[in-house]
Design a protein around this ligand. Structure first.
Ligand SMILES: Cc1ncc(C[n+]2csc(CCOP(=O)(O)OP(=O)(O)O)c2C)c(N)n1
Ligand code: SF4
Ligand code: SF4
Length: 482
């Protein structure tokens, strides 16, 4: 889950699929409850490993399961043949490991792989995970920033597809209008789906073959579902539509043509609007605010590095007090904007603040709830970056340190719970177990204040701690008042 470059993959494998495995391809018995005697394998795609070391550092075992090795050594051991064999094996074998669990989600093929992000990037594990969950039917509007550069620097594109040809649809618009861009995609999908439904109803009325009729009726009965049943039903409709061509009456021909044109819309798309804090908190904020207030089903993922990373680390309204950034050379002096609260104040917006390395289960839950909520959702994801002046091998453990030190909050606000008479706000941040001062002073972006504003540094560090405590205590109280 932690590898920023999707190099570490896990699969369950049916024993019969191992018949032609290379000799060096080792597996162990899968521990899931399955009745196919499945084997389990973690494979590294060694040729695409950046050597960032995040996996080594993140491994929770006392005796680390992973150790550094050279590419030459791994080639000698046959790992190139191994990953090629692994890649060709059936994907998404989820027996005994439902997609809702971390294990199940990680058995799914990442549909974002080997991007050009910096080694150890804190943003990309979130993007990869999002594609494992929804990539087969997702549409992405990407704000300009690191995520658009590693997301699509032509001619390479890290977004990929399954063997069936399904994968994310991705596009990048301007920095200043990305939320609106994704909103437009939502409106277009909604319009295409209503047009499709209308034409299916016309077709059923004017008469079609029994096989097409039953396939269409099945898909209509799953209209609001997006799971594998709905995808299979859509595939059956597509096959039946192909067989129907040339057979239908004159009266049905126009509707049939329209249904064929829109046949990929039986299953709803999952719309994701991505970008950094420079986009979401600053330059694209007006549009983002407008879009969440429109109450349409869009998901927004803010990759929060607390600076404009792609242009070299300028301060944004997400930069906290004391952090040194461009345009805040002597340390940021104003508090970090509370974007989560601003969105929560509407009451109809799903909001989550997450940090993968601190709580993987909460991260997964936030993605799942955001996607399941049929209104606007926003996830604020803490993302360490080279601009923070840290050892990027520690990007995931730094996410945990930030939460342990009371620097970054974990919470979820789910409007659905309020509808059921429950409290919509879940405060998931434990009281700090580590020193705030130690945490910030270990990062270059704060430490450098001792050089850029030596006479004020100590006072500003104190202010930074007080301000973080104030923000935490404000958020913590929301459970009682929201
Ligand atoms: C209106 C506008 N202003 C400035 C830029 C230049 N620009 C491109 S990416 C970027 C930084 C993006 O920062 P952020 O949104 O925080 O994303 P990150 O790179 O941190 O992922 C800037 C300033 C632009 N493309 N458009
Ligand atoms: S070293 Fe980095 S890129 Fe290579 S497998 Fe580990 S986490 Fe992934
Ligand atoms: S600059 Fe930061 S956010 Fe951008 S790719 Fe590098 S580590 Fe990731």
């Amino acid at each position: 889950m932690a590898c920023p470059h999707a190099v570490v993959r896990a699969k369950q494998i049916a024993p019969e699929d191992l018949k032609n495995a290379p000799e060096s391809f080792k597996t162990v018995k899968s521990k899931t409850k399955n009745n196919r005697n499945l084997e389990y394998k973690i494979q590294l795609y060694v040729d695409d490993c950046t050597g960032c070391g995040v996996c080594v550092e993140t491994c929770p075992a006392k005796n680390k399961a992973l150790v550094f090795s050279t590419l030459e050594e791994e080639h000698k051991k046959g790992e190139a043949e191994n990953y090629r064999f692994f890649d060709a094996l059936p994907e998404n074998v989820l027996d005994g490991a439902p997609e809702e669990t971390i294990k199940g989600a990680m058995f799914k093929k990442p549909l974002f792989e080997f991007s050009g992000a910096c080694a150890g990037c804190g943003e990309t594990p979130y993007v990869r995970m999002m594609t494992q969950l929804y990539g087969e039917r997702m549409v992405i509007a990407n704000a300009t920033g690191c995520s658009s550069i590693y997301g699509g620097t032509f001619p390479t594109v890290p977004y990929c597809k399954t063997k069936e040809g399904r994968g994310p649809v991705w596009a990048n618009s301007l920095f200043e209008d990305n939320a609106e861009y994704g909103f437009g995609m939502r409106l277009a999908i909604d319009s295409n789906r209503s047009m499709l439904k209308l034409n299916v109803e016309n077709l059923l009325q004017s008469g079609v073959s029994d096989s097409l009729k039953s396939a269409l009726e099945k898909s209509l009965s799953l209209w609001d579902k997006a799971g594998s049943d709905a995808i299979q039903a859509q595939d059956s409709v597509k096959a039946a539509l192909k067989a129907e061509a040339g057979k239908v009456s004159e009266a049905s021909r126009k509707s049939l043509r329209k249904v064929i044109e829109l046949q990929d819309y039986f299953v709803d798309k999952s719309v994701w609007i991505l970008g950094g804090d420079g986009w979401a908190y600053d330059i694209g904020f007006g549009g983002l605010d407008h879009v969440v207030a429109m109450n349409k089903n869009v998901n927004i993922l803010v990759l929060d590095t607390e600076v404009y990373s792609n242009t070299g680390g300028q301060a944004s309204k997400s930069t906290p007090i004391g952090a040194v950034a461009k345009f805040a050379n002597a340390g940021m002096r104003l508090t970090k904007k509370n974007l989560g609260f601003m969105c929560m104040s509407y009451g109809n917006v799903y909001v989550a603040s997450i940090s993968m390395g601190a709580n993987r289960a909460q991260t997964l839950k936030a993605f799942q709830e955001a996607e399941a909520y049929r209104g606007p959702s926003i996830i604020l994801a803490y993302a360490p970056c080279i601009a923070h002046g840290i050892d990027m091998m520690k990007s995931q453990t730094e996410e945990k340190r930030a939460v342990d030190a009371g620097y970054w909050p974990l919470y979820r606000y789910n409007p659905m719970l309020a509808k059921d008479g429950k409290s919509p706000f879940a405060w998931e941040t434990k009281d700090a177990t580590a020193s705030f001062q130690e945490f910030i002073r270990s990062e270059g972006r704060y430490k450098s204040l001792l050089k850029t504003a030596p006479s004020e540094a100590e006072a500003i560090f104190k202010l930074a701690e007080e301000d973080a405590a104030r923000r935490m205590s404000f958020l913590k109280k929301l459970g009682d008042i929201m």
